[in-house]
Write a protein that binds this ligand. Structure first.
Ligand SMILES: C[S@@+](CC[C@H](N)C(=O)[O-])C[C@H]1O[C@@H](n2cnc3c(N)ncnc32)[C@H](O)[C@@H]1O
Ligand SMILES: [Zn+2]
Length: 389
């Protein structure tokens, strides 16, 4: 297209018609003249579903500081039924021009405004000009950390923050040095790294809110494909801020036997595993409270939207999230337990059933088909995996 200076094609995502650069699907999204990643559709689907369920009534406003070519903003306006208006910003001029084009293509020219500036300047001006919004969707390539405080300041009291991260090597414990300098969180590789990534990302958001005398409480969190995403309600007040950060803590992990212990008081905590005596590692601070609001999830699950064909991929995922023990901050891969017990692994579902029959709480996880969560002691788990089939 001549006026854009690069070739585009039209695609459909959800109810949106979108003009995207011609190389989409073939070229790495960051190499395109304007960013669009088809693999992130699930992240946009989830944003539509969660905001639809969180906000009842359609007169809310939102801001998307890192909007790419506007796919998410357009879909939030067309599909969630939650918003009357949105502001979409990107630092890339090509993207900003496409945001306007895509808004027009979907009849949203009066409801979606495009901004060409740095995300933090955009967010600060929203806060300074008393244009605060009900929802901020922060969706970076990599880490959201630089934009978190600005996003929180741009929110109206009681607003919702949706934040993603794709720097999963840092957040999951695979790159402990990066986790320490970028987030101030001590991590290590564990058998439940995706859970660690979600709880580290949540902790980062909670700490950012707390610095601004605000509470942040997660209402929905999911890790899927290449991204982790958490939605948090943000409220003003020091008491709430204190209550939120009080749910941060440490986990003590033993790679020899997979034992995990919650640690609230660091001083005097023994370094060896309470189960087998091997050296343990401390991880944290991590969010150790519940990650999900069951009422919000049941509203998502019962919404008519979820039955639309476009939400097929995330329907199963959200169902798995709803069945998971959201208050247990770790999981055990049954294959790893069995390897340590030198026996062949039973199916995770069999282990969950056996635990429930014994009166324990147990579930599968949404992020690892071989893992289970439970409140049963580790030795009970070993007894179950050692049982003859
Ligand atoms: C992962 S993409 C956003 C994708 C979009 N949210 C979606 O769902 O389709 C990240 C975007 O952030 C933009 N970006 C990077 N640094 C920025 C900054 N400092 N200010 C504003 N935009 C920035 C990039 O140009 C890119 O379009
Ligand atoms: Zn141990």
């Amino acid at each position: 297209m001549l006026e854009l200076g690069f070739e585009v094609k039209e695609i459909v995502e959800g109810r949106a018609r979108l003009l995207v650069p011609k190389g989409v699907g073939e070229v790495d999204p960051s190499k395109l003249p304007a960013f669009y990643n088809p693999a992130s559709k699930a992240s946009r689907d989830i944003a539509v579903l969660v905001t639809a369920a969180f906000f009842s009534g359609g007169d809310r406003t939102f801001a998307e500081p890192l909007a790419g070519l506007g796919a998410r903003s357009v879909r939030l306006l067309l599909e969630s039924g939650a918003f009357s208006e949105g502001k979409a910003c990107d630092i890339n001029e090509n993207s900003v021009r496409l945001i306007s084009v895509n808004a027009r293509l979907n009849g949203l020219e009066s409801r979606l405004r495009a901004y060409h500036m740095d995300a933090n300047v955009f967010l600060s001006s929203i806060a300074a000009e008393r244009q605060k919004v009900h929802y901020v969707d922060l969706d970076p390539s990599g880490s959201p950390v630089r934009f978190l405080e600005g996003s929180i300041r741009a929110l109206l009291p009681g607003g919702l923050l949706g934040v993603s991260a794709t720097d999963l090597a840092a957040l999951s414990g695979a790159s402990p040095r990066t986790a320490l300098w970028r987030y101030g969180i001590r991590l290590t590789r564990t058998a439940f790294r995706k859970e660690v990534a979600l709880r580290a990302l949540t902790a980062v958001a909670v700490m950012a809110a707390s610095r601004l005398s605000r509470s942040a409480v997660p209402v929905f969190a999911v890790i899927h494909r290449h991204f982790a995403r958490v939605f948090l309600t943000v409220r003003r007040g020091k008491t709430g801020a204190f209550r939120s950060v009080s749910q941060l803590g440490y986990l003590k992990y033993c790679d020899a036997c997979l034992n995990v212990e919650r640690v609230v008081e660091l001083l005097g905590t023994p370094e060896s595993c309470g189960s087998c005596g091997s050296p343990s590692r401390l991880l944290g601070p991590l969010w150790l409270g519940p990650l999900q609001d069951p009422e919000l999830i049941s509203r998502v699950l019962s919404s008519g939207l979820l039955r639309e064909e476009t939400f097929g991929e995330v329907r199963g995922l959200i169902t798995h999230v709803s069945e998971e023990l959201g208050d247990v901050p770790f999981s055990y891969p049954v294959s790893e337990l069995s390897r340590r017990a030198r026996c062949s692994p039973p199916s995770p579902r069999t282990v969950v059933t056996a635990l429930r029959e014994m009166g324990y709480r147990a579930s599968l996880t949404h992020y690892d088909h071989s893992a289970i969560k439970t409140d049963a002691p580790l030795k009970v788990l070993y007894e179950i995996v050692r049982r003859p089939a």
